[in-house]
Design a protein around this ligand. Structure first.
Ligand SMILES: Nc1ncnc2c1ncn2[C@@H]1O[C@H](COP(=O)(O)OP(=O)(O)OP(=O)(O)O)[C@@H](O)[C@H]1O
Ligand SMILES: [Mg+2]
Length: 357
């Protein structure tokens, strides 16, 4: 359970502190007051990455050098400082050389109102989803992914050089293949485990009994080395690595058709939510504990039936932090802390506890 959060120079916040309810915390506020940023800060604190961007640089408050996030998860004290030049993390005030132990402390699922992009957007959105889940599920996932990305970036940089540098390119081919194969294996087994959970969630939240399916689509044929060799000529011409896990995708289908093209907007939203609920259920069944659920303004987009079914089908026993622009539907929410975020001309952004009724 996340007890509190304290941030510095994070997005629009110079300094900000917040205490959470063990069950449900609701944060109400108008647009652009920092609701998404607060949930993002919880992700950065616990997972050392943002659900919104690949790099943390844009998260630092404009004009500041670096950001700080600090909080207690159960009785563990987590602290993270990030600047483009230096990053530092500490667990219970002991500086950590690597992130392994730090990342074992908390697992979470981030539901965003932009989740529909998982269905409609490019493969990059779906890879980001898989990677966020994978790095919480497998202990080695994050380091394998990083090693693969590093080899890929170096290899592409040498492919772009003029005149060509085939020897340097070849030097990065081996780590690319080694880490690429490991990544493909992990992603494949992840999707296999996610599939039944997501399908079950879709059935519970959706209106009708359409058939939803998901499948891992690897960005290379089974023999990655052979696929690379086969693409060598085209690769030399286009000067970029053409096959491999950076081209992986997750195929989403409704009634055996591409969900991006065939599904209605409501169905696309339901699929996106089913993927996130599946994400939560998979972590819950693997680790015997519900992950922390962050729900950023998602309920407003759903009709009352779907909203209630979503709420009823979230893993129970897990802590929830919910943001919303409107109070209208909040009577549905049973207990917990309720805050309103305001922009006060004298004090800046402030949080007021509000009572129900
Ligand atoms: N690096 C940054 N430095 C300073 N301000 C930033 C930075 N990044 C974003 N902002 C600003 O932070 C503010 C809060 O953004 P955020 O997305 O958290 O708002 P929100 O409450 O979720 O709004 P909405 O209801 O529209 O989703 C915005 O005004 C945004 O422009
Ligand atoms: Mg927002």
């Amino acid at each position: 359970m996340l007890r509190n959060l304290s941030i510095r120079d994070f997005r629009c916040f110079t300094r900000f502190e917040l205490e959470f309810d063990p069950e449900i915390t609701c944060i109400v506020g108008a647009n652009a007051l920092g609701k998404t940023s607060l949930l993002e800060a919880v992700v950065v604190l616990t997972r050392l990455q943002s659900p919104r961007t690949n790099s943390l640089a844009p998260v630092i408050r404009t004009g500041a050098k670096g950001l700080v996030v600090d909080g207690m998860v159960d009785d563990r004290h987590m602290q993270f400082y990030y600047s483009p030049k230096r990053r530092k993390l500490a667990l219970d005030s002991v500086e950590q050389k690597d992130a392994h132990d730090y990342l074992q402390v908390a697992r979470l699922v981030f539901f965003a109102n932009t989740d529909i992009d998982l269905v409609r957007g490019t493969g990059e959105e779906r890879r980001r989803f898989l990677d966020f889940l994978g790095s919480q599920f497998f202990r080695d996932y994050r380091s394998i992914l990083r090693s693969y990305d590093k080899a890929l970036r170096s290899r592409n940089a040498y492919l772009k050089m003029m005149p060509p540098r085939p020897r340097e390119v070849a030097a990065y081919t081996k780590p690319l293949i080694d880490f690429g194969k490991q990544l493909t294996e992990l992603r494949g087994s992840l999707v296999e485990r996610l599939e039944p959970k997501a399908i079950e969630a879709f059935k519970l939240i959706g209106e009708r009994d359409e058939e939803f399916g998901l499948e891992y689509h690897a960005g290379s044929t089974a023999d990655f080395g052979a696929a690379l060799a086969a693409s060598a000529e085209e690769e030399a011409r286009l000067r970029i690595t053409l096959v491999g896990p950076h081209r992986d995708d997750l195929l989403l289908q409704l009634s055996r058709q591409s969900a991006a093209i065939y599904a209605s907007e409501g169905q696309q939203r339901t699929i996106a939510i089913a993927l996130k609920v599946g994400h939560a259920r998979l972590l819950e069944s693997e680790f015997g504990q519900s992950p922390l659920l962050l729900l950023d303004d998602v309920f407003g987009e759903l009709d009352v039936g779907r909203r209630n079914r979503l709420f009823a089908n979230l893993p129970t026993g897990g802590q929830r932090i919910i943001t919303t622009t409107s109070l209208a539907w909040l009577n549905d929410v049973p207990t917990g802390k309720l805050y309103e975020i305001k922009d006060d001309s004298a004090r800046g952004r402030v949080l007021d506890a509000i009572s129900r009724g």
